[in-house]
Design a protein around this ligand. Sequence first.
Ligand SMILES: NC(=O)c1ccc[n+]([C@@H]2O[C@H](COP(=O)([O-])OP(=O)(O)OC[C@H]3O[C@@H](n4cnc5c(N)ncnc54)[C@H](OP(=O)(O)O)[C@@H]3O)[C@@H](O)[C@H]2O)c1
Length: 314
Amino acid sequence: MRVLVTGASGFLGSHICEALLQEGLQVVGASRGKGVLSEIEGVDWRFLDITDADSVENFDFSGFDAIVHNAGITFSRKPRRYLEVNYLGTKLLIDKLIRVGYQGRFLFISSLSVHGPGRAREDDIRLIPITPYGVSKLLGEQEVRASSLDWVVLRPPVIFGERDRALVGLYKLMAKGVVLSWKPEKQLTVAYAKNVAAAVAFLLKRDVSREVYLIGDVTLSWEEFAQKVMETLGVNRRVVLPLRNWMVDFVAPWVGFLRLILRLPVDRHKLEEVRANQWVVESRKLIEEGFNPPFELEEALSRTLSWCRSKRLL
Ligand SMILES: NC(=O)c1ccc[n+]([C@@H]2O[C@H](COP(=O)([O-])OP(=O)(O)OC[C@H]3O[C@@H](n4cnc5c(N)ncnc54)[C@H](OP(=O)(O)O)[C@@H]3O)[C@@H](O)[C@H]2O)c1
């Protein structure tokens, strides 16, 4: 089986490539730069810019049994950019695939953000994203679902793992013993990148078509997540920093400083996500259909934090 992975050079894309290679599949990775793919053997890399009509037009999509469309942006200071990449880029790609009569599978990496805050299930009919990112992922997903392609949609929540730098600022605080403590009802589901990648491999092997799946390993409060990270790092000191939504509103005008000082990829839209009480995956559809995530939270965190240390990020 020959599979094209878009966004292969990034965090999740690189784990997807590794998971597919492990399954013995032939993997072609596409993105604008080689990124972390230079560390991974066995992926045949090709240039592709999904926002550039010429690049999409000139790309040879023949000979693929499946395409994992994972390319996308999760943070931009220009909200318009989310639409350009996550929505219009996806549309350009689909239009081209339809034109050339692509007959293979098409697995789209969407996001829990399309649901908006709350407790998400695949059969939710009200999808109310609250950020430009969430809107762009929903619009991209709608293009996929309205197409004649043989599609499957996977909606992950916050993903952590090796090669992710977005959460490093939080790990740094936790390494110093700082626990951001919200009300316990503020919960989030997290997923380990290698488990999400394993789910992609699982879905490609199974004969599922025109189905949406949520995925998530574990649901925790912010404090519980910090506790797990600190246990993994062997940090005993605890400085609890109680946080409330009014404080988020207070710092919102200075969010640029947070970005610079804490080196967190935050803007006022990310703060909106933080203000919401729950980003929870309630469904177990994937598990009920036989998916067994290969990594438990403890091992996943241990691998992630070891990677951060090996890169001197912690
Ligand atoms: N990280 C999370 O917590 C999370 C959660 C839910 C869903 N997701 C989804 O997972 C996917 C991957 O996210 P990630 O966290 O791995 O992000 P990432 O590390 O920033 O990787 C994004 C990938 O997309 C590629 N890309 C960006 N713009 C492109 C363009 N114009 N043309 C072609 N490729 C482009 C990037 O490569 P180049 O820049 O070299 O082109 C890179 O390979 C996204 O679709 C995201 O919405 C992520």
